[in-house]
Structure formats: structure tokens, C-alpha cells
Design a protein around this ligand. Structure first.
Ligand SMILES: Cc1cc2nc3c(=O)[nH]c(=O)nc-3n(C[C@H](O)[C@H](O)[C@H](O)COP(=O)(O)OP(=O)(O)OC[C@H]3O[C@@H](n4cnc5c(N)ncnc54)[C@H](O)[C@@H]3O)c2cc1C
Length: 319
């Protein structure tokens, strides 16, 4: 049996931030991750300045390409609205590898299947044992499934379906565009050119409302591609997109049962307006590690519910 004081399941931003913080606090930590990194993660890779603050990361110190946007072009039906802002974009393929390497903890490539509670802790797949178990496995996290799903089910109304494609492109327009409610999409669509010669395009919308419309996210994707083509933002067919579903923020997220904790997408923490999940993933990971180390209560109630106020109403937008 391989034992560790804490085991984190999943090495995305939530798991990596938690592992980093546990290590800082001298708690012996092991990460179990099913994929070999670097791995693709379905995501636009947009991050806000508050993510950089949390990681104490100056953009010039990041070892990969990071794009800065001083303006966003918002499409709300009429002419595009150019809004001053300060936002960043990374590639998740690079960012997640960088984050887990930064934690400097052992990572075992292992898909967690079965978890049982025994000997004052948790046994995983008859191979691993830990006192503290942190579920950072995203939407389908096995820690969530085992301990939280039945007492604290997630609301299907909060489930978002999203697809994106990220590929090498000589983007005809280097600006970031966002379309709200594009052609009845119950969500938004984006065109996000990235440094290093990549373009990320995608759409996301509430799954329950898509079902009510009788349309799939792929129906909306095809219409969005048409719009991009007609506007001259893409010149050829993009590769087939990849999709994923995740949950927007619960009003009172329930993160802990005994010494089992869920963080990030496993806890359902993405913002209600933009589905921004990276900030909440990192914040919840850090908070979980602090609660374990300080023997204090854990709450995610103060993690922001919305992204737009911080995006649009920053002081520098008005300078
Ligand atoms: C199309 C799309 C676009 C998005 N765009 C943005 C954006 O631009 N900005 C933003 O802030 N948020 C965005 N999000 C949301 C964001 O991607 C997530 O909120 C964020 O990745 C959550 O991080 P996490 O660490 O909780 O989970 P994840 O990033 O999903 O990481 C979970 C990890 O757990 C591993 N894992 C899963 N199951 C197991 C298992 N059984 N055993 C071992 N390992 C396991 C997975 O391989 C994965 O590496 C987007 C989401 C989608 C779908």
C-alpha cells in the first residue's frame, strides 16, 4: 500500500494549486492523475488578472506564451462594442503542465476508480491510502461521485455544454471577440487569438435550455462557424471541436464531508455569467490546503459568482 498524508485526485488547476499549497505547509502529498501531461484540456484558456495575483505570477515570468488583451469586442446584436479591459490567455496544454510542475509533488499516472473509507482515512483502488482526500477530478471526479453526489446533487439547470477548437492559425484579426446569445445560443461564443500562432474558437450554453430549444451545441457551432467565415475571421474550416460539460456555481457549495474535500469543477464553482472556472479552481485548491493545515472550517461562499464586474469595471477601463 502506498500511503500519503494527503492525496489529490486530478492535476488540473484546482489539484495543482492545492498540491502546491499543501507542500508549502509540509503536508506529504501525492497527486493521482489519469492522463499523461502535457494533455489537452477542453478550455478557451482565458485567465483574469486575479489568477495571476493568486499565483503571484508576473506575465513576463511565465515560461510559455501569454497573450494580453487591452480591449474586448463585445457583440450584442448591434455593432460591436469595444471595451477597455485587461485580460490574458494561455494554452491549457502548457499552463496545466507548468502548474503541476510548480507544485513539486509526486504525480502518479493512475485513473482512480474505487474509493473506500477505512482505517481513519481513504483507500483508493486497494493501492493507495491517505488521511486527507481531495477531489480535483473535474466534472466526473470520483471523489465527488463516491461521497458527495447523493447528499449534495448538482442542479442540472446549472450544467453548461461547451465546445472549442484550438489550432495553429494566422489569425486575420488579433482582437478578442465575444458574442452574447449568438443566434439564440443560451450562452456566449468567442474568438480568441493567442500568442505563439494559435487561435481558440468556441461556444458554450446552458444544456437544459439547449434541450428546450431542440438544438444541440453542435447546431450552434455550425452557425457560429458560418458567422466567423462571413466576417472574414476564419478563412477555412477549423478542425472538429472537442466538447465537455461542467457546472456553474452552486449558491452554497458544499466542499467537505469528513476528510474528503471537493474543489474546482468537482465542487461546481464556475461563474454564473461567463463560466470562468480557472480562478475558482485555484482559489478553492488553496483554501482546501489551508483548511487541512490549520484545522479550520472550509467554505467557498466567498468565491465570486460573476466575472463581468471584474472584467469590465476595473479602474483602468476608465482611464
Ligand atoms: C469549452 C470550455 C471553455 C472554457 N473556458 C474557460 C476559460 O477560458 N477560462 C476559465 O477560467 N474557465 C474556462 N472553462 C472552465 C475551466 O476549464 C474549468 O473550470 C477548469 O478547468 C476547472 O479546473 P479543475 O482543476 O477543477 O478541473 P480540470 O481542469 O477538469 O482537471 C481535472 C483533472 O482531473 C483528472 N481526472 C479526472 N478524473 C480522474 C480520475 N478518475 N482519476 C485521476 N484523474 C482524473 C483529469 O484528467 C484532469 O486533468 C472552460 C470550460 C470549457 C468546457
Amino acid at each position: 500500500m502506498i500511503t500519503s498524508e494527503a492525496i489529490v485526485v486530478g492535476a488540473g488547476p484546482a489539484g495543482a494549486a492545492c498540491a502546491f499549497e499543501l507542500k508549502q505547509r509540509s503536508i506529504r502529498t501525492l497527486v493521482l492523475e489519469r492522463s499523461l501531461f502535457p494533455r489537452h484540456k477542453v478550455c478557451a484558456g482565458w485567465i483574469t488578472p486575479r489568477v495571476l495575483d493568486l499565483l503571484d505570477l508576473a506575465p513576463e515570468r511565465y515560461p510559455h506564451a501569454m497573450t494580453r488583451f487591452d480591449r474586448l469586442l463585445l457583440h450584442l446584436g448591434g455593432p460591436a462594442l469595444a471595451v477597455k479591459t485587461c485580460q490574458y490567455a494561455i494554452r491549457r496544454y502548457e499552463f496545466d503542465s507548468w502548474m503541476i510542475a510548480r507544485a513539486r509533488v509526486p504525480v502518479h499516472t493512475h485513473r482512480v476508480e474505487t474509493i473506500t473509507q477505512e482505517k481513519g482515512g481513504y483507500t483508493i483502488d486497494d493501492t493507495y491510502w491517505c488521511r486527507y482526500l481531495i477531489g480535483a477530478g473535474g466534472t466526473h471526479c470520483p471523489v465527488r461521485k463516491t461521497f458527495f453526489s447523493s447528499p449534495h446533487p448538482r442542479s442540472e439547470k446549472k450544467r453548461v455544454a461547451a465546445v472549442e477548437a484550438e489550432y495553429p492559425s494566422n489569425c486575420p484579426d488579433r482582437r478578442c471577440h465575444i458574442w452574447f446569445f449568438h443566434d439564440t445560443l443560451p450562452g456566449y461564443a468567442w474568438y480568441l487569438p493567442k500568442a505563439g500562432g494559435y487561435l481558440n474558437i468556441g461556444i458554450g450554453g446552458k444544456l437544459a435550455r439547449l434541450r428546450k430549444q431542440g438544438r444541440t451545441i453542435m447546431d450552434h457551432w455550425r452557425r457560429f462557424i458560418e458567422t466567423l467565415y462571413l466576417r472574414g475571421l476564419i478563412r477555412s474550416m477549423p478542425p472538429a471541436p472537442r466538447g465537455h460539460t461542467y457546472y456553474l456555481r452552486h449558491p452554497n457549495p458544499f466542499p467537505r464531508i469528513g476528510n474528503a474535500i471537493v474543489i474546482g469543477d468537482s465542487a461546481g464553482l464556475s461563474t454564473l455569467d461567463m463560466g470562468e472556472g480557472i480562478f475558482a479552481a485555484i482559489t478553492s485548491g488553496i483554501a482546501a490546503a489551508r483548511a487541512i493545515s490549520n484545522h479550520t472550517a472550509l467554505s467557498f461562499d466567498r468565491i465570486p459568482r460573476f466575472s463581468l464586474p471584474a472584467m469590465l469595471f476595473q479602474p483602468w477601463n476608465f482611464k
